[in-house]
Write a protein that binds this ligand. Structure first.
Ligand code: LMR
Length: 398
């Protein structure tokens, strides 16, 4: 019956993480998956989230289905976090938000909507991008193409080439942009570069689709929403998928959202209706618990302040690890430039390691990074950073 089914090649991130879990070596180090580990190597349970959970559980009652679009308090809290509570587009009813099963769920609902209402549009993703972007959009039957982004020669951004590519895109093309902490490279646009993008997006009538999965891990919670607010301030129509997996350490609760900024409230109502239809076709309605934790943290002033401080702590620990790795590697391999560890933002750095070097890191040293050379810097800690630097120096020196 099923002999014609193709064997699954596995996922470049999740399957590698599974391989790590099965590796019996005690000294193994996981720098593969995008998860924040604390200095003890543990996934933290944030104190703000723990307190919110106690309060949510204490108040818990019956568990009816949520509406297709999710819980109203969660959706409002997300809108205020992304756009600011007073944003004129919010006041005008031009923004619709649905609760999603992680930001992957938000991307999927958005992709289904795009396939139905922009059937001739391709989605352009940065070269490179998160491995699952292509899979999600292709899974909805959309053609996926690349635009230039990362410059391996400098470890920075090919901004002029990116802009030139946008100028050539057919009208109504969808452009997937990482709002902060680009995954996998850690290379972000500056505010000035975002501003330069706006007229091109407008003139070419492009449809930006922002992915904001790492809010707070770049420069700050507000700062990392810069691109979202700029595009909204400029009156553009766009999609944004966001996530609380990393910022609230709620990976398994699958808390995310999809928002669509529309030209007016009437169009927003039409879009909301079709997002609900897409949700119904996929999974009917989202789960309740995680979204209530997020809503409680965001809307309770003491918990919100505590959460912001915890996010700051995670962000600063990653920056400290970047500095440590940079200084140990620079000492071990003088003459090589590891400045990219300092200039790249967020959880990830693109190391430039070749697939062969990545394989050696795993086989000889038990250090797991993605085959593309992406390293999750948030997996480093004061006890393993030296070992990682030694391993990297060894594979780079040969
Ligand atoms: C990652 O990029 O490693 C994370 O976003 C986890 C995932 O689902 O791929």
């Amino acid at each position: 019956m099923f002999q014609h089914v193709d064997a699954y090649a596995g996922d470049p991130i999740l399957s590698l993480n599974e391989a790590f879990q099965k590796d019996p070596r005690a000294n193994k180090i996981n720098l593969s998956i995008g998860i924040y580990f604390d200095d003890e190597g543990r996934i933290p349970m944030l104190d703000s989230v723990r307190k919110a959970e106690l309060a949510v559980v204490a108040d818990a009652g019956a568990r009816p289905y949520l509406p297709m679009e999710g819980a109203a308090n969660f959706r409002t809290a997300v809108q205020h976090l992304l756009f600011g509570a007073e944003h004129p587009a919010l006041k005008a009813g031009r923004i619709v938000t649905i609760q999603a099963v992680g930001s992957s769920g938000g991307l999927k609902v958005g992709a289904d909507f795009i396939k139905r209402y922009f059937p001739d549009s391709a989605v352009y993703v940065s070269e490179p991008t998160w491995d699952n972007h292509r899979a999600v959009f292709e899974g909805s039957g959309i053609e996926v193409k690349n635009y230039p982004y990362y410059d391996p020669a400098t470890g920075g951004l090919r901004f002029d080439a990116m802009l030139a590519a946008l100028r050539e895109m057919p009208k109504k093309s969808v452009v997937l942009l990482h709002a902060c902490c680009h995954n996998p490279t850690g290379v972000d646009l500056t505010p000035a570069q975002w501003q330069q993008l706006v007229p091109v997006l407008r003139e070419r009538e492009l449809l930006p689709f922002l992915d904001l999965a790492y809010q707070g891990y770049g420069d700050g919670i507000e700062e990392d929403a810069y691109a979202v607010r700029l595009l909204a301030d400029e009156g553009l129509s766009f999609f944004i998928a966001n996530s609380f997996s990393k910022s609230m350490s709620l990976y398994g609760e699958r808390c995310g959202a999809l928002s669509v900024v529309c030209p007016d409230a009437a169009q927003a109502a039409l879009v909301m209706g079709q997002l609900k239809a897409a949700i119904r076709r996929n999974y009917s309605n989202p789960p309740m618990h995680g979204g209530q934790l997020v809503a409680r943290v965001l809307s309770t002033p003491e918990l919100r302040a505590a959460w912001e401080a915890e996010v700051k702590g995670m962000r600063e620990r990653i920056k400290a690890m970047r500095k440590s790795l940079h200084s140990v590697l620079s000492a071990k391999l003088p003459g090589r430039d590891f400045g990219y560890f300092l200039s790249q933002h967020g959880m990830f750095s693109y190391t430039g390691l070749t697939p062969e070097q990545v394989e050696r890191l795993k086989a000889e040293f038990g250090v797991y990074v993605l085959r593309s050379g992406r390293m999750c810097v948030a997996g480093l800690n004061t006890r393993n950073v030296e070992a990682v630097a030694v391993a990297m120096a060894a594979v780079l020196a040969d």
